[in-house]
Design a protein around this ligand. Structure first.
Ligand SMILES: [Zn+2]
Length: 104
């Protein structure tokens, strides 16, 4: 969906309405050797031996399709930066959309 680049909304820092720039917050991919990753557990020796290892095996216990489900859209995570105090505040609740395009 289309979303305006600038919106006029309430700024909790200035305690009044102001024009705010809109940008999307995108999460970063977690590293494969970070704490709690399966690859790290395998290096520790988990998933050794024979038989079905489930989560720790070479084949995934749950297919990627089942993990993501049948949903084709993702929730948005918008950041609003105030023009006056330059402070950013995050959108309270995201909405589902396939593609987000910022327009004037
Ligand atoms: Zn402000």
């Amino acid at each position: 969906m289309k979303y305006p680049k600038q919106v006029k909304r309430y700024c909790p820092h200035c305690k009044k309405h102001s024009t705010q720039k809109v940008s999307e917050v995108k999460g970063k991919e977690r590293g494969s050797l970070k704490h709690g990753s399966i690859r790290r557990a395998q290096k520790r020796g988990r998933g050794m031996g024979f038989g079905n290892k489930g989560k720790w095996g070479s084949k995934p216990a749950i297919s990627k399709f089942k993990m993501t489900g049948a949903k084709t859209s993702k929730k948005t995570n918008l950041k609003f930066t105030c023009d006056i105090c330059k402070k950013a505040n995050i959108q309270g609740h995201g909405f589902r959309t396939k593609k987000l395009v910022f327009e004037q």
